[in-house]
Design a protein around this ligand. Sequence first.
Ligand code: NDP
Ligand code: MG
Length: 390
Amino acid sequence: MRRVSIFGATGSIGQNTIDLIARAPGEYQVVALTGASNIAQLARDARRLKAEVAVTAHDHLLEELRAALAGSGIEAAAGTAAVTEAAARPADWVMSAIVGAAGLAPGLTALEQGGTLALANKESLVCAGQLMLSTAKAHGARLLPVDSEHSAVFQALVGEDMGAVERVIITASGGAFRDWPIEDLAKATLAEASSHPNWDMGQRITIDSASMFNKAMELIETREYFAVAPQQIEVLIHPESMIHAMVGFRDGALMAHVGPADMRHAIGYALHWPERRDLPVDRLDLAQIGQLSFRAPCETRWPALRLAREVMETGGLAGAVFNAAKESALDAFIAEEIGFNEMAIVVEEVLTQMSATAGHIDATMTLDNVARVDHVARQTARAVIHSRAG
Ligand code: NDP
Ligand code: MG
């Protein structure tokens, strides 16, 4: 039996992962499931999958979790340290699907165990890509992409020589506001930004899709996974979300990955890799779909794309600053403290301020430095948000 753990089990990616695991109960021994606020779901899945341990990131929910697991024999634990400790339990395959920078420490700990880390948590690559990759290398661990675009690139590269790659194109649906008049974006509400035209995902990534911060993060993620230069990575608006990515080779060929907008494809590919197995996803009927469309992204509409390119240019811990500032700006938008367009303004201002001070972006990439810079960036973002709101 393969030993598997799921970090962020109660979320959108976590639940899709559980859906696949639960279809083949005899094949998997579930080690750890983690969540944060949703104790009922965490306990229900831990019982159903007979997990060894269930962990909530929130200390104050330990008693509630214990009560929900009473009589099951499943261990309960709480707190961020307990989440990271759970990643040290031996497992063959670990899903990293916590949302935000909180996924970094458990992801690194899982890599230190030398197994396979299926990575949905793109924030860890944006914050500390080189640290993730060097940790994987040092411990003989394997990092497999779960983000649909990166899974698509990974699949298009099977059997190919990286030296023959000219460019990597990641597609974007354009999110909730792709067809809005640009002058209306400033008035976009939280409810409007929280609905995605094609994908059913967690609220944060859905809003990040509308602002294109999600694609901005994915530009950086692409650079880290595939070691391509920033100029080799393109974003293409593709409203139907059927082609997830394309790889362009030196002979002019483009290899496109086409599939339904269902994350169980990318999760299942990472689960069964290097094999392909049956997956419960729709088969596309291209004759019925008829047409696929494409357009260039507009950087005036989506300044996040320009910011990501600047972050890649700067290097060092600029990604950690970018991610933390983005998370803070997103929190403020969700709390309705700032408007939709102000998210990018806040992130740009934090990057400018922190670039001006030595010891932040130019610090060595260690977990401690990433955590410190993340903290300063959030404080800086709060000050910027406060000054705008005031
Ligand atoms: P959700 O918001 O649906 O789920 C997030 C998960 O993380 C939940 O299990 C949540 O627990 C847990 N969590 C929240 N805060 C913390 C914390 N501070 N410490 C530990 N755990 C925490 O997110 P998604 O599933 O949408 O996304 C997960 C990751 O996958 C993100 O990095 C996202 O960018 C990436 N991703 C998601 C895709 C999707 O289709 N959803 C596609 C591609 C990438 P609880 O719910 O119990 O509070
Ligand atoms: Mg994606």
